[in-house]
Ligand binder design. Sequence first.
Ligand code: ADP
Ligand code: MG
Length: 321
Amino acid sequence: TILANQIAAGEVVERPASVVKELVENAIDANSTEINITIENSGLKLIKIVDDGDGIDPTEVKTAFLRHATSKISEQRDLFRVRSLGFRGEALPSISSVAKVRMQTSTGNEGVEVDYQGGKLVSEKPAEARKGTTIEVSSLFYNTPARLKYMSSPNTELARISDMVNRLAVSHPEVAFSLTSNGKELLRTSGRDNLLQVLGAIYGMKTVSKMVKISASDLDIQVNGYVSLPELTRASRNYISLILNGRYIKNFGLTKAVISGYGSKLMIGRYPISVIEVNVDPALIDVNVHPTKQEVRISNETAISRLVYQAISTALADKRL
Ligand code: ADP
Ligand code: MG
């Protein structure tokens, strides 16, 4: 099964940024209000995540490292109304099969600390009863040299991590995030549920002063967010962020709807900076399409697109530009 986990790791943990994503999603799913991320050497030496969430009971911690042992879905019909970010039960077994992992966790009563190396439990002992979880992933890909060789430059891998944390922070303004790399703080958000504040922490206040609030809704769909004025654009669509029920997603149709919201106000090849939050009944979306869960199937995509278009065109028309 270590082999099976390493194979799954090929899909779930392609690079350090994917490890950060999976672990932070776990911390969010555990109702954390504060998540602190420390990185050394672009995550290849160390990825450390400290959360103040629910923790794992000492009797269940080893189960959490087993394949497909998710605590988040118990019945088949839950799969069609996923509210949590994780549900496949693949991240911990995959990550621990290609790294050294230490987890300290407590639900507030007793605490436990476990060590895994290359997928094997090497130690288990009682630990401090601080409510929450600390997970340290070190020597990532130490036993999969081919994967290690496939890494980009340290700066590129770090940029990918930073990008990922920015997305997670934007998707969860109610959580206080910090990201520190080799001793340098790269991001800090307040956790006061203020999206504009999070955008300020990422892009700077000058950029944020050129963004406008959007919102639209019908009976089943709520659209909220911020979009840049047409004078503030970028040469890449990557600055269009889509968040569906708290999950950062990629979606061609919705991205197109954002752009159409600008009508003829955008120059060719220029794209807005925007964060579009969409909330719908989880029964209307299927997130079980791809292991990284970034692709989703949405049954009412056309209706959502229409609202996104409407929200943006109305907000920009009010600006009389
Ligand atoms: P999934 O998130 O798909 O359920 P994972 O392999 O990521 O699978 O995690 C396995 C289980 O470990 C989770 O279902 C959860 O019960 C537990 N877990 C992992 N990380 C944390 C955390 N930071 N806080 C609390 N529980 C956690
Ligand atoms: Mg998970």
